[in-house]
Design a protein around this ligand. Structure first.
Ligand code: NAD
Length: 491
């Protein structure tokens, strides 16, 4: 039976104003598990009205009280941890361990948000002018919206709304129509934790809903995570309409393997980075650059381990190493890149079309191209699937130059035991999240997720203290306590 997928507005499950729906699949089997409403502008107007009405009460709630609700929310998320992870696996298709990671990283943001009383600390300056003291306070911005992609159904929404509501804003979340069920479960739990109705709302839909959010005068800030084309559109449209916008886009992440890298550790980390979540991660390692003499030995070990990976349906077998991709359209796009790479002259040493069974699900196994050149499309474009391109470079300088040609700037990784090489890499690579002997420099709740170039549009990044700044505006108050003979207001 299909799982209900209503909107969640004002603390209640409500139907959409539109009767159009889109199927939600279990990608392991290609079966429809729910029908998500394709909302319209009326859904947005209703949600903004509700979120606006909830704003004055919530923004006036002391930060310590808001934190107390977040502590209860964290507790409920832990109690429901396994059920949430299973739901992520069902609607997304990633392995259960990957889903647990997805939920865990999200909970870490809630933990960070629990510190909001101290995170909102302002500044005080005594005697900024004679007899005048100055204070900087941070206040909420208002109604905020979050538009999220399919690849992390729990973590990416939780990059946004826990911080936004901790800061005293109200929030409208529009999850990907491909994975709407986890977002709904997360919102219901927040209500159960004591979050007042209307503070966190979930609406479903596509471009019409997004455009209505971007145009609505009462939406103050928009957080977006998704592909670069849409991120740029959202940044440009949202800022033109006077909103603050943080918009994280796509990626092409490079992994440089030095001759002195420890081979077994490195191949394991490269495989995890390239094929984890079936390559559907914005931090996926999609190009490996083998430096100097390491290439042949690295390729051999990499190919052997890749061909041994167990690919299959993830919802009933916890031992599966790699699950399906999200849908048939993704599968078609990825297999088209296997054709493109071959036509461009790269050597397909592992062909995922041969190693994946279909059983009705959206499967493509892990694939590796060797002898990839920087000008090839498979070296430049985001494939967003389990395809690893291997390039060869004579020196670290050449490898860094290859990585720096990328239009994106999310992540890069170096495997080495040479401290000098590591320092050079860290200083010279032009992107925002680096790993040194770390396959995936995963976003951490305490740090900003620092995409550069076409991987991010905006000024304040998602998460960490930049996230707090994004969801608050500063106000400076200058106070003269004593106005010459008469009693000062507070004296
Ligand atoms: P997507 O851009 O297709 O969709 C993201 C969101 O935008 C969804 O909610 C979708 O409904 C909405 N949307 C889609 N097309 C739109 C349009 N034309 N106008 C307005 N809204 C639109 O992305 P996706 O396929 O769901 O996710 C994969 C992409 O997300 C990849 O490019 C990946 O790199 C990126 N991503 C980036 C990060 C990051 O932090 N940089 C993290 C996760 C995913």
């Amino acid at each position: 039976m299909a799982t209900p997928c209503p909107m969640f507005v004002g603390g209640k499950e409500v139907p959409s104003f539109s009767s159009e729906t889109t199927p939600v699949y279990n990608p392991s089997h290609g079966t429809v598990i729910a029908q998500a409403p394709v909302g319209n502008a009326a859904d947005v107007h209703n949600a903004v009205k509700v979120a606006t009405a909830a704003l004055s009460g919530w923004s006036e709630t002391p930060a310590a009280e808001r934190a107390r609700i977040l502590f209860r929310y964290k507790h409920l998320l832990e109690e429901n941890f396994e059920a949430l992870a299973r739901l992520v696996t069902e609607e997304h298709g990633k392995t259960i361990d990957e889903s647990r990671g997805d939920v865990r990283r999200g909970i870490e943001v809630v933990e960070f948000a629990c510190g909001v009383p101290i995170l909102l600390n302002g500044q005080f300056h005594d005697n900024v002018a004679r007899n005048i003291d100055g204070v900087v306070m941070r206040q909420p911005v208002g109604v905020c919206a979050g538009i999220t992609p399919f690849n992390f159904p729990a973590m990416v929404p939780m990059w946004m709304y826990p911080l936004a509501i901790a800061c005293g804003n109200t929030f409208i979340l529009k999850p990907s129509p491909k994975v709407p069920l986890t977002a709904l479960r997360l919102a219901r739990l927040a209500l159960e934790a004591g979050l007042p109705a209307g503070v966190l709302n979930v609406i479903h839909g596509g471009k019409e809903v997004v455009d209505a959010i971007l145009a609505h005068p009462d939406v103050a800030a928009v957080s977006f995570v998704g592909s670069t084309k849409v991120a740029k559109y959202i940044y440009e449209t949202g800022t033109a309409n006077g909103k603050r916008v943080q918009a994280a886009g796509g990626a092409k992440n490079f992994m440089i393997v030095m001759p002195d890298a420890e081979m077994e550790f490195t191949t394991g980390a490269v495989i995890g980075a390239a094929f984890g979540c079936s390559g559907q991660r914005c931090m996926a390692g999609s190009v490996a650059i083998a430096v100097d003499r390491v290439a042949d030995a690295f390729l051999e070990q990499l190919t052997k381990s890749t061909l041994a990976m167990k690919v299959g349906a993830t919802d009933k077998d916890d031992s599966i190493g790699m699950g399906p991709v999200i849908d048939q359209t993704s599968r078609d796009r990825i297999t088209k890149y296997l054709d493109i790479g071959t036509q461009e002259g790269a050597t397909l040493v592992a062909d995922g079309r041969k190693t994946a069974t279909s059983n009705g699900g959206f499967f493509v196994g892990p694939s590796i191209f060797d002898h990839v050149k920087p000008e090839m499309r498979i070296a430049k474009e985001e494939i967003f699937g389990p395809v690893l391109s291997v390039m060869r470079a004579p020196t670290l300088d050449d490898a860094i130059a290859m990585a720096n040609q990328s239009a994106y700037g999310n992540g890069a990784v170096l495997f080495t035991n040479d401290g000098g090489a590591a320092r050079k890499f860290a200083r010279e690579v032009k992107c925002g999240m680096l790993g040194i002997n770390v396959g995936v420099p995963a976003p951490m709740s305490i740090f900003p997720f620092s995409g550069w170039n076409d991987s991010f549009f905006g000024d304040l990044h998602i998460q960490g203290l930049e996230g707090i700044q994004f969801y608050t505006q500063s106000k400076v108050v200058l106070s003269r306590w004593n106005t010459g003979g008469r009693r000062g207001t507070w004296s």
